[in-house]
Design a protein around this ligand. Structure first.
Ligand SMILES: [Fe+2]
Length: 627
């Protein structure tokens, strides 16, 4: 059976081509439109998938979508509001307010040491708001009643906006499918069931506890399932608006970053701050933690977070939100692991893009093994929906072999693109060794090879690589690519060295192929590859083996033979706020604009036309920074 899975159209619209349970092709529309997190019907991705798989439109049996229609979603949102009104009464936020008053009385002095690489001193606090706005934020927390009223008002507004958006997406989906003649093949699925399906069915586990956490989906913001060969049995749903995704979006926005997009910056910042400063203010807002549930008082009153951001440093804000998130999820995990006795845990949902949170789940008592679906956000939900269409079929469920599910390009296509750009290039029979030799000379290499990755992480095929010995290169490259990241770039490492470099990988071998979880680093890793280790001593590696990516593994092996170091920095190959490159033309443009030393593309190695000048500038900047 052939199923076309379509992920939600509101952002990162993605098409997945799944045959008898196996993903043959999957690609986000953003990679083709070149607009980050592209919304709307993913027509380009569908057309490319048809071309690459050879499927005809007639041969598609089912189109699977990971939301109900607009009317049903609106009904579920309104049900969630009624439940919220029944559950929440004002008067229980006193703990938060008392803690805040205590800090105010004691006086707050931000500890801004050590400096945060990439964050200027004058950006240590969120931008100051006008007197009027500050007054509004302040009023919103004066009393539990006001906090509660604002929560209600904002919740109603959220429902109005979200209902309108779901109606729009319903129309877009119908129009797109009608254009393809597939309108009568549509099946819709519960959003969290889709998250759970992709996480479990590709984990390779016989049975598992599956948890999803996100902003919103089908009336809920998370769910818990018991999964086995007989399917997914729902154990619990976290009703909206008790949303960990929204909780984290609020702090992202309050600190001046884009919610739904820049949450990774908060994870990076958190390691510099003190979670004890605001932890006691945030924690009392979480109630109802008995019996594995999550309830958040004043959940929609985002003024509360904005008020905090006007008085507290970004690092302490980030630390508190990250800490409370981890604490809450650990409590929930403990409850459900204990109740079910299941030791394998699968997670999926936008909140589980949080690599540090995933580490904490793995550390929970009773958890032996964790699998994080590599496309854990809504972009991966289309694949989950497609898998649900096979639930009646007895398929041999196999673990996800790799995430290289996008398009590839022939050497002929690549060479034509290089000639078109007027670049000088060398052809290599063994391009991996030639590339490793450049890396051993401390060159920064943009690598374009094989099929593009599915999901948010670059896993070696559309990656920028460089030696992990010099942390200064992180700063230089961030500057060059127009990025601000507060977590070091991640290391790609030869899988057989995992226990030498990282602590606690046991049980996470599969998931660490996808760079979705952090581990504490060994002293050897900290000394050998300091540029890949965060201030808290963790890294989020991609473990590479000959089975998952033979070409990338050959490159790492060749680099290790020359230098003795089995790991390289691996960051995504894209320019500022652009999607990861997809085609040879995208790669050439980003390589030239990003002023990267070397482009390794297909069987070709291309030095940047201004290589000498770029290296001189980098040396000069590095020596200035050292002085
Ligand atoms: Fe979701």
């Amino acid at each position: 059976m052939r199923v076309l899975g379509i992920s939600p159209l509101d952002k990162d619209a993605t098409a997945s081509f799944v045959e008898d349970g196996e993903i043959l092709f999957a690609c986000g529309e953003e990679r083709l439109s070149r607009t980050k997190l592209q919304d709307g019907f993913p027509m380009r991705a569908v057309k490319m998938g048809l071309e690459r798989t050879g499927w005809t439109l007639d041969s598609i049996d089912v189109v699977a979508y990971s939301f109900y229609d607009g009317a049903k979603e609106a009904e579920l949102m309104n049900q969630a509001m009624l439940e919220d009104e029944r559950y929440h009464e004002p008067g229980d936020t006193q703990g938060s307010l008392a803690a805040l008053r205590a800090i105010n009385e004691a006086g707050y002095t931000a500890n801004l040491h050590p400096p945060i690489p990439g964050l200027d001193r004058d950006k240590e606090f969120a931008d100051a708001k006008t007197w009027l706005k500050k007054k509004l934020y302040s009023l919103s927390t004066l009393s539990p009643q006001l906090d509660h009223k604002l929560h209600r008002r904002n919740f109603r507004q959220w429902i109005a906006d979200a209902s309108a958006d779901h109606a729009l997406r319903t129309t877009q989906l119908h129009e797109g499918l009608e254009e393809l003649g597939l309108g009568n093949k549509l099946r819709r699925y519960n959003h969290h069931l889709c998250h759970a399906a992709n996480a479990f069915y590709y984990s390779g586990y016989e049975e598992a506890l599956v948890m999803s956490f996100d902003g919103y989906g089908s009336g809920n913001c998370g769910a818990v399932y018991r999964a086995s060969s007989s399917g997914l049995e729902k154990l619990h749903e976290f009703s909206f608006p008790n949303s960990l995704g929204q909780f984290y979006e609020y702090v992202t926005a309050a600190l001046g970053y884009r919610p739904g997009r820049h949450e990774g910056k908060i994870v990076g910042l958190a390691a510099y701050g003190d979670p004890e400063v605001l932890g006691p203010v945030l924690r009392p807002r979480f109630t109802g933690m008995q019996e594995g549930d999550i309830r958040i008082r004043g959940a929609c009153n985002y003024y509360f977070t904005r008020l905090l951001s006007q008085s507290f440093s970004k690092r302490d804000m980030a630390a508190a939100y990250q800490h409370v998130l981890e604490e809450v999820v650990r409590e929930v995990s403990d409850y459900w692991v204990n109740k079910t006795g299941l030791q394998n845990v699968c997670v999926s949902g936008g909140v589980n893009a949080n690599v540090k949170l995933n580490q904490r789940i793995h550390e929970c008592k009773g958890v032996n093994s964790v699998f994080v679906y590599p496309n854990m956000g809504d972009g991966g939900c289309g694949t989950g929906a497609a898998l649900l269409a096979f639930e009646q079929e007895s398929l041999a469920r196999k673990p996800l072999e790799n995430a290289y599910l996008g398009p590839d390009f022939s050497d002929e296509e690549i060479e034509n693109a290089l000639k078109g750009a007027g670049l000088k290039y060398e052809h290599h029979e063994d391009v991996e060794t030639a590339t490793a030799e450049h890396l051993a000379k401390n060159h920064i290499v943009a690598r374009f090879a094989g099929r593009m990755e599915y999901g948010p992480r670059a896993l070696g095929n559309r990656s920028i690589l460089y030696p992990a010995q010099d942390p200064e290169v992180n700063l230089w490259l961030n500057h060059q690519l127009g990025r601000t990241e507060f977590m070091p770039f991640a290391p790609a490492a030869m899988a057989e060295h995992a226990s030498r470099l990282f602590i606690g990988v046991d049980g996470c071998e599969k998931t660490s192929e996808f760079m979705t979880i952090t581990f504490d680093c060994t002293d050897e890793m900290k000394n050998m590859c300091p540029a890949a280790v965060h201030i808290d001593g963790t890294a989020r590696p991609q473990l590479v083996s000959n089975e998952t990516n033979p070409s990338f593994y050959r490159l790492l092996s060749a680099y290790e033979s020359i230098t003795g170091i089995p790991s390289l920095i691996n960051t995504s190959f894209n320019m500022h706020e652009e999607p990861i490159v997809c085609s040879p033309d995208d790669a050439i443009r980003a390589f030239l604009e990003g002023r990267i030393d070397i482009l390794s593309i297909g069987s070709f190695v291309v030095p940047h036309p201004e290589l000498d000048r770029i290296q001189a500038e980098r040396t000069e900047e590095s020596s200035t920074a050292t002085c």
